[in-house]
Ligand binder design. Structure first.
Ligand SMILES: O=C(O)CCC(=O)C(=O)O
Length: 276
């Protein structure tokens, strides 16, 4: 799937692009059927909400689940990302955001590149994010909100002095950035300024849509008070020409993949043909 030049222009100007109907209902069904098993597993990339039991996110499932590995290599995602970044790419990070019914917590306003620069030493924002909707996203189920055009300001989020939430599991330094109490939230005066200047949008679409997001585009979402889950898969691709600089203490592999091998995009009906 290649993007039209107007779509590429929208992405460049707005910092995001929604493409609907990229995956069929049947393909989404195959992916969603994997979720209960993955949520039940005790893998290290499993992150809970403050209550310690509700699944917030699962990191790195593409490394052990064949369906999600297949998703991470889909030409429908990789080809647009390659167009955007102008090179081959690899998966730097892969996570399923569960946004559970009534309990899925807030994602404070942030820029993803803050993490990938400050925590992972990725030298430039030559990173492309693809968010695959596993459920329909509508106005009631905590859609991701985006400040369109905010990526044009570059990296603005600074590390805040917010205290770690005391009820969270563990206190490893990487934990805070995957909970609802992130370190690199954009501060209030900046948010007011950006919102006045650019406005806010909440891209909505059916399950199977892909939201492409620039890593410097400010975004966030509220808690999910809708009585059904709103799950998405967030895949962070990095250009193979933008490999992270060596670090003394890199984040765990499920947050920052050490495998920088370029992906060969998979075309066709792999999900439905059980070819994963
Ligand atoms: O799934 C959401 O609501 C927010 C996701 C997000 O902001 C992120 O993963 O960076």
């Amino acid at each position: 799937m290649n993007l039209e030049s107007e779509q590429l222009q929208t992405y460049q100007d707005q910092g995001y692009l929604l493409v609907e109907n990229c995956f069929s209902p049947k393909e989404i069904e195959v992916m969603k059927a994997e979720l209960p098993g993955i949520y039940a597993e005790g893998k290290p990339g499993k992150i809970t909400e403050k209550d310690g039991t509700t699944i917030r996110a699962i990191y790195g499932a593409h490394t052990y689940n064949p369906v999600f590995e297949c998703l991470s290599k889909q030409a429908r995602i990789i080809e647009p990302i390659q167009q955007i970044l102008g090179s081959s790419v690899y998966v730097h990070q892969f996570h399923i955001n569960a946004k559970r019914a009534l309990t899925g917590d807030v994602y404070l306003w942030h820029q993803d590149y803050a993490y990938h620069l400050k925590e992972d030493s990725i030298p430039t924002p030559r990173v492309g994010i693809a968010i695959v909707f596993l459920d329909e996203v509508h106005e009631f189920n905590s859609p991701l909100m985006v400040i369109p055009g905010s990526h044009q300001e570059g990296l603005i989020a600074e590390k805040s002095d917010r205290k770690q939430h005391e009820t969270y599991q563990g206190y490893d330094s990487w934990i805070a950035n995957v909970t609802s109490n992130i370190n690199y939230a954009v501060d209030e005066p900046t948010l007011k300024r950006l919102t006045k200047k650019y406005g806010t949008v909440a891209p909505k679409g059916s399950a199977g849509s892909i939201l492409f997001l620039h890593p410097n585009c400010v975004h966030g979402s509220t808690a999910n008070i809708y009585p059904f889950d709103r799950a998405v898969v967030v895949i962070v691709y990095n250009s193979i020409e933008n490999i992270p600089l060596p670090m003394e203490k890199p984040r765990p592999d499920f947050l920052a993949s050490p495998n920088h091998t370029a992906i060969e995009p998979l075309s066709g009906d792999a999900f439905l043909a059980n070819k994963y």
